[in-house]
Design a protein around this ligand. Sequence first.
Ligand code: FES
Length: 154
Amino acid sequence: MAMNYSDAVMDHFTNPRNVGEIENASGCGTVGNAVCGDIMRIYLDIDDSGVIRDAKFKTFGCGAAIATSSMATELVKGKTVQEALEVTNKAVMEALDGLPPVKVHCSLLAEEAIHAALWDYAEKKGIKIEGLEKPVQDIGEHSHVEVVEDESEL
Ligand code: FES
């Protein structure tokens, strides 16, 4: 089965941004998907005013998982913790000009990794981030996968 990836996906896959680790990160989150076995870890450096100064990732996964981690870390940089919650899997997919339907779960991994990193930050700080729910470790537990229908991608 041939799959068509957008130029943006290919760009972020072949030249991923923000690969690496942040030592003593303000928050770090790891999530996986037991079905495909892919794992994503995102590190956030958050300053005293709650602005994400830096984001890095390590992803052991497919090309779409790498592209979505790359885009997700780009999108959260410079945002407040609250604004970062808007970086949903849908937002990441839109920024990448879409993903094939079978790859939607890869973008969900990026959303959940950001949530897990924010959750870790909030726990360390002893604060509550409004609207942030306790993240899942395995996105296979998720029932609501949001699919962006874009026929041109099929
Ligand atoms: Fe599972 Fe991409 S195939 S994250």
